[in-house]
Design a binder for this molecule. Structure first.
Ligand SMILES: [Zn+2]
Length: 170
């Protein structure tokens, strides 16, 4: 595993500018997907949480850098992992909604609070699991704070090798 750093311009240039290898898993790309990669909110933005969640969201969105990757290499493992995460996350969300509604409908002092609590826990867990299965989180790629680079923290060495081969023709 290594940290992969790609110039944003190269990522945005699309097909042919990245090796046909999954940057995260190092497997041959089975397809290329169009994804909008984003930067993490900077640490200092956290101070705005004090001003309320909405203020934080506005600030985080305002300073967010995005890079449109028209042809991000996507492999069979990406597809399999995404399927698995969604297969767990989405039913959890459904169970959460059912428990929550059931708790309110039951209108009983003994079972309602328990069902509502269960519902909230399942909703949270489902959101986290299904969220990790999102197309952008699946890539493992994050835009740098200045927007100049795209980084894959747990990148594949095979991708790096393919990238270097492309730079220095043998
Ligand atoms: Zn992959």
């Amino acid at each position: 595993m290594s940290v992969i750093t790609l110039p944003s311009a190269q990522v945005a240039a699309g097909a042919g500018h990245l090796p046909p290898v999954c940057p995260r898993h190092g497997e041959p790309a089975t397809e290329h997907r169009s994804v909008k990669l984003i930067s993490r909110p900077p640490a200092w933005a956290a101070i705005f949480i004090l001003g309320g969640g909405i203020l934080y969201l506005i600030v985080a969105l305002a300073v967010r850098k995005t890079v449109k990757a028209p042809a991000w290499p996507w492999c069979a493992t990406c597809t399999a992992q995404r399927k698995k995460l969604l297969a767990i996350g989405l039913p959890l969300l459904a169970v959460g909604v059912l428990c929550f509604i059931g708790g309110i409908a039951a209108n009983s002092d003994s079972t309602s609070p328990l069902l509502i609590l269960l519902g909230i826990v399942a909703l949270l867990a489902g959101t986290i699991v299904a969220g990790r299965g999102g197309q952008v989180p699946m890539t493992g790629a994050v835009v740098s704070g200045d927007g100049q680079y795209v980084e894959v923290k747990k990148g594949s060495d095979r991708f790096l090798m393919a990238l270097n081969r492309g730079r220095t023709p043998v």
